[in-house]
Design a protein around this ligand. Structure first.
Ligand code: SAM
Ligand code: SF4
Length: 332
């Protein structure tokens, strides 16, 4: 058991680590990445598989992290993913291991990842209409995403969670259809408010679809009652659909922020700790590790990075500045 923890000065303790394995992606969701892509991180700056496992090991064994989620960019593009998962599953204590993915290629990889030790998966799916998918993600890959989701569910990575971002005038009429689809297949659907993390800086508060609007549109077709289960540090507020047991979640990151209960710490693909999605600063663990620092020194630097976490993301503050990196390079 670790005796140390990732506390901040506001009383929160981070036990959930998000690890970005790459900033690259095979889609170009407009709220995340520009169509032309981005200048990718140079290969030498990326953590190697061994470095990822070492840093995750310090978080889990020395700093009290209990859940590790791999993300990106698109984490399925990382060739070493099964080996990284297997090595993390062998840590003591064994953390919960999950993945956030667009599911492209998962039809071929789901069984391997599950055998390696993956416990759960979240898949992003914003539309069920092929033309719309192409408009939204700039690639004609809806079929591949749906095949990946099916394979994950069939492999035992169930219940598959689906994340949906709604955008005004693009897919904001599809909330009920997506919920019908999720209910029919036994997937758990969560809507996420769009956050100012796109590469182009085009996000506008007054244009985003709010949690209240999402609920309104679902209530036109479904009976929603607040979920009596305890929410804890989970970002999603959940509702029972038509009396339950099926549920739907809404993550109101902007209009209903949950910063006071945040239990996350983040590691980017190039080895920088971020204490918040919206942090303006980062702490370089890659340089420290490559300079020969021991586990204790790295753990201490990680603790320092978290101690300075701000109480909230401040999106509503007039002085708010979007982080320099977009979502794809931070790791959503
Ligand atoms: N490529 C994987 C995927 O799409 O699931 C993992 C990385 S992606 C950055 C992780 C999550 O962030 C996805 O569910 C995506 O919808 C969400 N996301 C990306 N940009 C966002 C934004 N500006 N606001 C809200 N959610 C966003
Ligand atoms: Fe790629 Fe995920 Fe960003 Fe879409 S949201 S562009 S799938 S990283």
């Amino acid at each position: 058991m670790s005796t140390r923890s990732l506390r901040d000065r506001h009383g929160r303790v981070a036990t959930d680590l998000r690890v970005s394995l790459t900033d690259r992606c095979n889609l170009r969701c407009t709220y995340c990445m520009p169509e032309a892509g981005l200048p990718w991180l140079p290969k030498p700056t990326l953590l190697t598989d061994d470095e990822v496992v070492r840093l995750v090991g310090i978080a889990v064994s020395d700093l009290g992290v209990r859940e590790v989620r791999f993300t990106g960019g698109e984490p399925l593009l990382r060739p070493g993913l099964p080996d990284i998962i297997a090595a993390v599953a062998a840590l003591d204590p064994r953390p919960e291991i999950s993945l956030t993915s667009n599911a492209i290629g998962l039809d071929k990889l789901a069984a391997t990842l599950e055998e390696a030790g993956l416990d759960r998966i979240n898949v992003s799916l914003d539309t069920l209409r092929p033309e719309r998918f192409t408009e939204l993600a700039k690639r004609d890959r809806l079929g591949a995403t749906l095949a990946g989701i099916e394979a994950a569910a069939a492999t035992g990575l169930a219940p598959v969670k689906i994340n949906t971002v709604l955008m005004r005038g693009v897919n904001d009429d599809e909330a009920p259809a997506l919920l019908r689809f999720a209910l029919a297949h036994g997937y758990q659907l969560r809507f996420i408010e769009q956050m100012p993390l796109d590469a182009g800086g085009t996000w506008r508060r007054e244009e985003m679809i709010t949690a209240a609007e999402i609920l309104e549109s679902l209530k036109a077709e479904f009976d929603l009652t607040p979920d009596p289960a305890h929410r804890g540090s989970a970002p999603a507020e959940t509702w029972l659909v038509d009396g339950g047991p099926a549920k739907v979640g809404v993550i109101g990151s902007v209009t209903r922020p949950f910063c006071g209960d945040c239990d996350r710490t983040r590691l980017t693909a190039d080895g920088q700790v971020r204490n918040c999605l919206f942090a303006r600063g980062e702490t370089d663990l890659r340089g420290l590790a490559r300079s020969g620092a021991g586990d204790d020194e790295i753990a201490a630097r990680w603790q320092e990075a978290m101690w300075g976490k701000l109480p909230g993301h401040g999106i509503d503050d007039p002085s708010f500045l979007q982080p320099a990196r977009p979502m794809s390079a931070i790791g959503g």
